[in-house]
Ligand binder design. Structure first.
Ligand code: S3P
Length: 466
């Protein structure tokens, strides 16, 4: 068993600062058919929440299939620094000994969440209603991302927050001693903001509510109910949905199984679709309706994706996805679908680049505030690869057909930009190189091995230069 905070742990989170970051240029070349069966790692959203809710229960929560990637390890380390005991005993199997709702202490040092927006925003909510003072920071990407969307509701609940200019990291949260419940209408469709408020509601008297006009991923409400909290969902007259949580629940430790991450499955899935002759099965993928917009969209484009052995695992529906190479057709993707596939647009743009005709992806404003400005990064990457595109307002338009390839595509410390353009390289005429694949470790550490195992020609660049 590897003890918490053990400096010899191979999984100890590496701090990623501007000075220590080592770029890893990679290249993907045109490849023959991809074939075989693969398992992608555990869902990132569920993994963060499993650790955070486990740390808020009293007793031992066991998690099987936890995503062992930098983002999730950063959350584990942050929780340890505030008093939770978290151990790993085998690959993917972790034990969390929680301190109960309101039981955290102030960490001795600032918490560095690395690249993880989910980790930092959920933890800001968790501490906002506890009598602790916590300074949060992150890497060069995370410190550029907006935190005001979380700070505004947390301040309304009574937390004191001092942030860097523009409500950015580093920032300090002084948790409210007497937090007040609020009912908050989300100004942006964001599961992270929803979750931060509900987490603050745990140690707050009365009922804390979040109103969302567009449904976002529902893991927080589902999992909190599973841990024993009183969570109610109601439909409002204006068509919005309200999620309400009663404060001071006694969260009971759980045995959890994390299903495979649909956002990671998206990369081998699109790779198989666009690489001629491919036939790939991806096992055990979560198909929660708040996460499966990509499959809906690709099927509309003509993709051959079969959901096999659909079953229930630990409260989520999962299926094995059988994907065969398909001739894709451009379509219009409606804006209301964006929350159910928000992380999948870079790889959808890659699929669109190989499709015949034009694909218009509507309503992508939230892409501007992800790990990078993904709208700009995708457009620049397509340009580098010789694919024509336009941005009109908040819509991305991709004119599909020939993909000459090229590089290096600039990835801007964004794991999904890196993986998406490597996938494009497989179906390009002369391959695609990227300037830096190091960030892939934040969500999908064995991505390159998994892809080469399927037959992809993908690896580092001899001599290191992209
Ligand atoms: C996540 C929510 C989404 C998503 C992120 C994970 C979550 O962010 O992009 O990768 O686990 O709650 P937003 O809530 O900002 O849309």
């Amino acid at each position: 068993m590897i003890g918490h905070g053990d400096p010899s742990s191979p999984l100890k989170f590496r701090r990623r600062t501007l000075n220590s970051h080592q770029p890893q240029p990679l290249i993907a070349r045109p490849s023959g058919p991809l074939t075989g069966s693969v398992s992608v790692p555990g869902d990132k959203s569920i993994s963060h929440r499993a650790l955070i809710f486990g740390a808020s229960a009293v007793g031992e929560t066991t998690i099987d299939g936890l995503l062992e990637a930098e983002d999730v390890l950063a959350t584990a380390n942050a929780l340890r620094a505030m008093g939770a005991v978290i151990d790993r005993d085998a690959e993917g199997t972790w034990h969390v000994y929680g301190c109960g709702v309101g039981g955290l202490h102030s960490p001795a040092e600032p918490l560095d969440l690395g690249n993880s927006g989910t980790g930092v925003r959920l933890l800001m909510g968790l501490v906002a209603s506890q009598p602790v003072t916590v300074t949060f920071t992150g890497d060069a990407s995370l410190t550029k991302r907006p935190m005001g969307r979380v700070l505004t509701p947390l301040r309304r609940m009574g937390a004191g927050c001092e942030a860097s200019e523009g409500d950015r990291l580093p920032l300090t949260v002084h948790g409210a001693r007497d937090p007040v419940p609020i009912v908050y209408t989300l100004p942006v469709a964001s599961a992270q903001v929803k979750s931060a408020i509900l987490l603050a509601g745990l140690n707050t008297p009365g009922r804390t509510g979040v109103v969302e006009a567009k449904p976002t991923r529902d893991h927080t409400e589902r999992m909190l109910a599973g841990f024993g909290a009183e969570v109610t969902l109601s439909d409002r007259e204006d068509g919005a949905k309200q999620i309400s949580l009663t404060g001071y629940p006694e969260l009971k430790p759980q045995v959890l199984r994390v299903p495979a991450d649909p956002s990671s499955a998206a990369f081998p899935l699109v790779a198989a679709l666009i690489t001629e002759g491919s036939d790939v099965t991806i096992d055990n993928v979560m198909i929660n309706p708040t996460r499966n917009g990509l499959i809906t969209t690709l099927k509309e484009m003509g993709a051959n994706i079969e959901l096999e052995h659909t079953r229930d695992v630990g409260g989520e529906t999962v299926a094995d996805l059988r994907v065969c190479a398909s001739r894709l057709q451009g379509i219009v993707v409606p804006p209301e679908r964006a929350p159910s596939m928000i992380d999948e647009y870079p790889v959808l743009a890659v699929a669109a680049a190989t499709a015949s005709g034009t694909t218009r992806m509507r309503g992508l404003e939230e892409l501007r505030v992800k790990e990078s400005d993904r709208l700009a990064a995708v457009a620049a990457g397509l340009e580098t690869c010789g694919v024509s595109w336009q941005i009109e307002g908040e819509d991305l338009i991709v004119h599909g057909g020939r993909v000459p390839g090229g590089g290096p595509v600039e990835t801007h410390l964004d794991h999904r930009i890196a993986m998406a353009f490597l996938v494009l390289g497989l179906a390009s005429e002369r391959g695609v190189s990227i300037d830096d694949g190091a960030m892939i470790a934040t969500s999908f550490p064995r991505f390159a091995d998994l892809m080469t195992g399927l037959g992809a020609d993908l690896g580092s660049i001899p001599g290191g230069a992209a």
